[in-house]
Design a protein around this ligand. Structure first.
Ligand SMILES: [Zn+2]
Length: 286
């Protein structure tokens, strides 16, 4: 799933490619992908693209005041074409969920692999009409996201930092991958309770969050959409690297179950050398 840095790169990519163009049509490969019905897709026929911005992990094309907003979810992706096929996309079993055509013949498809269809698109007059945007927490790279603002978000939270970091209503744009990376950079257990962090730990976590995301934005910047997935994977220290070597200390990267999937961490760097107990496992053994 693309997270803040990759979504930002997609936004920058789309902003460059759509500058001076108009949308000439929006076609649906799946009826269920569009979560709104008014304005209709026809409202985006022949409308100039004024700008492309990011809200958390949402991409927002402002087309003369009508906004096409989408969220790529876990298995969604954006495929750009300088020359779009002329055949009209029809609802069916295609992995293409939505197609956008632009006035110079270029355009892009939103695709989604797998059977679980989570990719969501919205056509609205105001991005805040999208429920997932209305409930977003602050952007961790925004100028207003200070260390004290972050400390305020952690205070009194009975939540583990891994879960808190990827909660979109707390911090906008961090998902499963960077919520593994940030605790590793901060040398902190992903299971540490937010409310229990002392000032020095809050400092470390804040710096790790900002530095990790900023570096990933720089790494992703300027890359075409097709290269972003590999660039994200290549930049990971522990996420998705179970069994590999920790780049900090040489210990093995471990995995433990978390919520509906698993997380990766380094015991030497993050938990005083003690592997985390796998709750799923211990529950089975009881
Ligand atoms: Zn390590």
């Amino acid at each position: 799933m693309p997270e803040l840095p990759e979504v930002q790169a997609l936004v920058d990519f789309l902003a460059t490619r759509t500058a001076g163009l108009a949308t000439t049509g929006v076609e649906l490969g799946s009826i269920s992908v569009l979560k709104t019905f008014n304005p209709p897709p026809q409202a985006l026929a022949g409308v100039p693209v004024d700008g492309v911005v990011r809200h958390g992990k949402f991409i927002d094309l402002d087309c003369d005041g009508t906004h096409l907003v989408f969220h790529l979810a876990r298995a969604g992706w954006l495929r750009w074409s300088d020359t779009m096929p002329t055949t009209v996309l029809r609802p069916g079993k295609s992995p293409i969920a939505l197609r956008v055509r632009l006035s110079d013949g270029s355009g892009f498809d939103l695709t989604e692999a797998g059977t679980k269809k989570r990719l969501a698109a919205y056509i609205v007059n105001d991005p805040s009409e999208v429920p997932g945007i209305a409930s977003l927490g602050p952007d961790p790279l925004g100028p207003e996201f200070t260390r004290d603002v972050f400390a305020g978000l952690l205070r009194d939270r009975r939540a583990q930092i891994k879960g808190l970091l990827r909660d979109q209503s707390v911090v906008a744009g961090v998902g499963n991958a960077y919520s593994d990376e940030v605790p590793h950079v901060a040398k902190m257990s992903p299971f540490a309770m937010a409310a229990s962090l002392d000032d020095a730990a809050v400092d470390r976590l804040y710096a790790a969050l900002r530095d990790t995301l900023s570096a990933a934005v720089v790494a992703a910047s300027g890359k075409p959409a097709a290269e972003l997935k590999d660039a994200k994977r290549a930049g990971m220290r522990v996420h998705g690297r179970t069994g590999e070597t920790c780049p900090e200390c040489g210990d093995v990267v471990r995995e433990v179950s978390f919520a509906d999937s698993s997380l990766q961490y380094c015991a030497t760097c993050q938990t005083g050398g003690k592997p985390l107990a796998d709750r799923r496992m211990s529950r089975l053994l009881k």
